[in-house]
Each structure stands twice: as C-alpha cells, then as structure tokens.
Design a binder for this molecule. Structure first.
Ligand code: EPZ
Length: 425
C-alpha cells in the first residue's frame, strides 16, 4: 500500500486539467452493454473504478480496447454472462449499474447486493422497485439479486422514486431505453452526470427527454446503435482542487471545469471570500486574506453536493468564526472529522451535523484515508497545514482522482507517493 507525504504551506499556482467525470464514466461504460457491437467513449479518466468496471465488462464478455489518449472501444456483440459477482461488486458499488442494461439486453441479470460501505447502508431498493414497475421479476437469494424480464421484454411504465437516487435514475434510464412503450420516471436525480448518460444514450438512438429535470420520459425502441460520446468533465474533482486552491491562498485555473455544474459550491465559496470566475475554457480560483465561516447543507443536485461536503469542511476548519456542515444525503459521511481533528481542527458532530470552529492553522499529522472524498479532504488539509502530513491507504484516493500527486505537484504543492512502512498499517 502507498501513502502520500505532504509538506504544507505552499500556495497552489498554475493550471490543472480536469479529467472526465468518474460518476459519468461508470454508467456510460455499463450503457455500452445495450448495443450488440462496438461503442466509442472519449475522455475516460484513468481511475481504479474505471479499471474495475472494465474488468467486470470483460467478465461479461465485452471486448475492451483502450488507447493512451483516454479513448476506449467497447464491443458488446457477444455477452458470455449476465452475472456481476460479489467480489467485484463489494469493491465498487456502482457495479449495480449493470442491472438495468443486462436485464434490457438479456432479459436476465444476476447481480450481487452491494452491501454497505463507509458512508452508509446505501440500499438499492428503489432500483429494484423501479425495475419491477417495468415488469421485471426480482428475487433476492444468497446475497444476490435475480432479475428476470417478461418473455417479450421489459414494458414501459411509470416509476416514482420515493427519494432522489442517482444510481436508481441511471439504472431505470438504461432499462427503459429498449422497453416496449413509454416510461415516465418521476422524482429523478438531476446531476450533470444524468444528462451526460442521457446524451450518450441518445447517441445510440434512445428517445429520452427531461434529463436534468425531475421528470424523465423515455420512448422505448427495439434496438440501440453504437454509443459515441465524450465524458463530461468531473465537477467533483474540480471542486476538490477549488478547495485546495482556496485553503492554500493560491491562484489556480481549472481547465475544462464548467461554472454551471458548480453553482452551489461557487456561491458558498463567494460567501467565504473566495473569488471564482469563468476564464477561457475553465474556471479561475483565487484567494488571499481571510476565509469567512459559512454554513452548508448537502442536498441532491442542484443543491450543495454531498461529494464536496468533506472538502468544504476542510476549508471551514481554518475560517474566521464557526460554521455548521449538515450531511442530508448519507447517514454517516463524517469519517474525515476525527482525522481533521488530529490535524488540529476543532469539529464536534451530532447526528448529521458537524460544528466547526475555525482555528488559526492546521498542523501536519499521520492520518488515515477511509472513503474517497474523505481522503481528498486530508490531502487538502495537509496542503494547508504547518509541517508534514502523511495520508495512509491512498488506494481510496486512486479510485476517484487521476494522477493526484502529479496534478498537485504541477501546481507547486510539495507531495510525493511512497510505499507505506509496515508499522503504518
Ligand atoms: C452516486 O451514488 C455517486 N456515485 C456518489 O458518489 C454520490 O455521493 C451519490 O450519487 C449522491 O450524489 C456514483 O455516481 C458512482 P444515490 P448512488 O442512489 O447512486 C439512498 C463518490 O464519492 N438510496 O443518489 O449510490 C442512499 O442510501 C460517490 O464519487 C436508497 O435508500 O447514490 C443515499 O442515502 C460516493 N435506496 C441516498 O439515497 C436506493 O435504492 C442517495 O443515494 C438508492 C439510494
């Protein structure tokens, strides 16, 4: 296992290219199962979760050819299996996104239940209820979901999600694309990654409207053609570097970042005193002087993203004054709090709210990564802290951040990746 060793205190300056979005790339890769032939995807990020997804697709019989320029050709002409095994799903819950496409393509899917993870129980009951509304039979046996479509295939219907679910919306969009007749999905997720998937499905011939709003309508068609799509830039990666630029009082250009995908974060940053503005083909983040304490509450998009909650909290640990950070999406997404407190932060939590009292400065410490975004937050803290920070178990970071030490190093951050010592475990 590796760790990242960071010497804090250097303002980040320069340009960083934002990679393709992890949370768009994963559903897009699964959507290629819907076409019986080759599909082309560009701007795929180099991430562990993308590699895990490609390995699962290969197990299912998809031919994968990947180039150095971030493009990939996936050929789903001959599927060999309709099963997503536990040892793959437990490592990456997004594997459940193969459920809708396999059911639509094969009429059958056997997918391991993902189980909980560091940030919560994360059930998939809403995915399953939605597929039943399209005529699927769902059985749970031995920790697996056995889904079977009616003999003539899935049938369009009305799905009302009890609560907003990104994965549920994505699974149902993919399942409904070739169902017979019309499907209406209500109370849908509105994330940019949903619209990116809809755009990719439309490139395959799917008839989808309303993506980006809470009501999506899909007219099923018998067959989908090849996907040809470029992955949207990663707004969460962009927001992560925005926080790193702000906390180090730097000046960074986020090449490829889209202002309209980061409205809620940018308005909170402005309240905190951080200037963010559009510049050419990206965003420019500059900060000097004090940070003001600002309260945030995470919400489904376009609300403040839960995936940026930890990163913004890191910023608030050194702001002037006290702030509250409320996590409304997941039941336990404060794994970063004890680690930030070990770096000298002053954070108390009660239920889903963290009470952050700003301190003068953080100080370096040896800290443990737990989940993807909590790990990024420890890096942000380390870049601002006085002295050395060691972030252990960096594999969490590699799931969702492409070449993080190269990108931070190119901005002047003092960071290196080294093997963990045996006593670090
Ligand atoms: C997606 O997860 C993202 N992952 C998550 O990003 C992100 O945090 C989350 O959406 C919310 O924005 C990918 O896109 C691969 P949900 P997903 O279904 O789809 C509950 C990251 O760091 N729920 O929108 O799993 C669920 O427990 C990751 O990149 C049900 O109860 O999230 C949660 O409390 C972390 N039943 C809430 O809904 C269901 O059937 C939102 O979950 C489905 C969800």
């Amino acid at each position: 296992m590796d760790k990242l060793v960071i010497e804090g205190g250097t303002p980040l300056r320069g340009e960083v290219r934002i990679s393709g979005a992890k949370n768009a790339a994963l559903p897009l890769l699964f959507a290629t199962l819907l076409h019986e032939g080759p599909s082309h995807i560009a701007n795929l990020p180099r991430l562990q979760d993308v590699r895990t997804t490609l390995n699962l697709l290969i197990e299912l019989g998809v031919g994968v050819r990947r180039s150095d320029d971030g493009t990939a050709v996936l050929d789903a002409a001959n599927l060999l299996s309709h099963e997503a095994p536990y040892d793959l799903v437990r490592r990456m819950r997004a594997s459940v996104l193969c459920l809708g496409p396999l059911l639509a393509r094969n009429g059958h899917a056997r997918v391991s239940l993902p189980g909980g993870c560091a940030i919560g129980a994360r059930p998939i009951d809403l995915h399953l209820q939605g597929l039943e509304a399209l005529g699927a039979t769902i059985e749970l046996a031995g920790g697996y979901v056995e889904a079977t479509a009616p003999r003539g295939g899935l049938v369009g219907g009305r799905v009302l999600f009890d609560q907003v679910t990104v994965g549920g919306t994505e699974n149902l969009m993919m399942a409904a694309a070739t169902a017979q007749g019309k499907t209406t999905l209500e109370n849908c997720a509105r994330e940019p990654e949903i619209s990116d998937l809809a755009m990719a499905l439309r490139s395959m011939g799917a008839q989808i409207t309303g993506d980006g709003t809470s009501i999506i309508e899909i007219e099923g068609i018998p067959k989908l053609g090849p996907m040809k799509h470029t992955v949207v830039p990663d707004r969460i990666e962009a927001g992560t570097y925005m926080a790193a630029a702000a906390i180090t009082r730097g000046d960074v250009k986020l090449v490829g970042a889209r202002l309209e995908h980061l409205d809620s974060l940018i308005s909170k940053m402005a309240q905190a005193g951080v200037e963010v503005r559009r510049e050419g083909n990206g965003l420019r983040v500059r900060h000097h002087g004090e940070l003001h304490a600002v309260d945030v509450q995470t919400r489904p998009y376009p609300g403040f993203p839960t995936d940026l909650q930890a990163q913004f909290m890191a910023l608030m640990t050194v702001a002037q004054g006290s702030s509250t950070v409320t996590e409304s999406v997941f039941e336990k997404r404060f794994m970063h709090v004890p680690e930030l407190n070990r770096m000298g932060a002053d954070i108390q939590t009660k239920d889903r709210t963290a009470f952050v009292r700003g301190v003068e400065s953080l100080h370096g410490a040896k800290v443990m990564a737990t989940d993807l975004r909590a790990s990024a937050t420890l890096v942000i803290g380390g870049l601002a802290a006085q002295g050395r920070t060691e972030v252990l178990r960096v594999y969490h970071l590699d799931r969702g951040y492409e070449a993080i030490e190269e990108k931070i190093g190119a901005l002047g951050g003092v960071i290196r990746r080294v093997p963990q010592d045996w006593e670090d475990d």
